[in-house]
Design a binder for this molecule. Sequence first.
Ligand SMILES: [Zn+2]
Length: 338
Amino acid sequence: MSDSQIHSTVDLGAAPGVHKGHLAIPYSHNLGGWANLLVPFGMLRNGAGPTVLLMAGNHGDEYPGQVAILRLWRELTAEDVSGTLLLLPTLSQPAAKAATRLSPLDGKNFNRCFPGNPTGTPSEMLAHYLSTVLFPMADIVIDLHTGGRSMNFLPCAHMHLVPDHAQREKMIIATEAFLTDVTFLYTDVAGTGLLPAEAERQGKTVITTELGGGEPVFAEIHKITQRGLKNVLRHCGVLQGAVEQRKAPARWVQSLSRDDYNFAPESGLWEAAVDVGGDVRKGDDLGYIHFLENPSRAPLVVTANEDGVVVANRAPSLVGQGDCVAVLAHDTDPRKLP
Ligand SMILES: [Zn+2]
């Protein structure tokens, strides 16, 4: 039993059909004493099948997943579904409206708020509701990310290397069903309290992505997102229709060492030497940091720690000390890892 203060206008025990409403998060502000922050929430239910929790907008400025779920929200009927499909198109709507990573309401990174707090800030209360109400209902948890405004990612489905091998195998197969050319094992180098980590801890099959990033979202990224998402939903059995098979095996890569994540030693102007998807050898230049106030100073060179492929680059040219500038990944086979 959850002690959440969040009210769902969708009855989670409702009969089969399409149910659309909100999660209402109590939130007072100066011109709203008894106000609620409304998070759009939909449920499609039809007969026997899995329960799939589908979310985007965990970080507000990551839009392709939000667009894809908004499409499903309008297009799908109950008859398209087997089981229960829960839709949260925009978890952090104030951040999405502000084009920010962090919520402007409480300054929180939603993806560091788990397992949440029933009496915390709006982000913490929503994280707690997910952890105690929606995750326990779900067999499969999907959380669609991009690099946001700060990073440009090679479009990829990705996952943690969870210790339970049965759970890991389900996640590997589901990750491959997203149909991205590259599939990526990552580790948490920037804090704890992530949504997928809590869902994994609860034993769920968790599917996550990094679908591009930076300010422009190209048509190709939307296509990759929407095609992959529908295929994963079919693979899970919650969306009816034939599962599209991969034309080529997934290229699995991993960034499991902190050394794979390159952080700017100094502030300056970032110049990438390799675009995402580019293969490099150990010692190759990944990019340079120039110094606007000291043109005579040689740029600081960021180099590859090992052979690999660049899976993410810093998107804005301006870089601050400590910002991530490049992520290098290495070919791997997740089924052979301990
Ligand atoms: Zn994100």
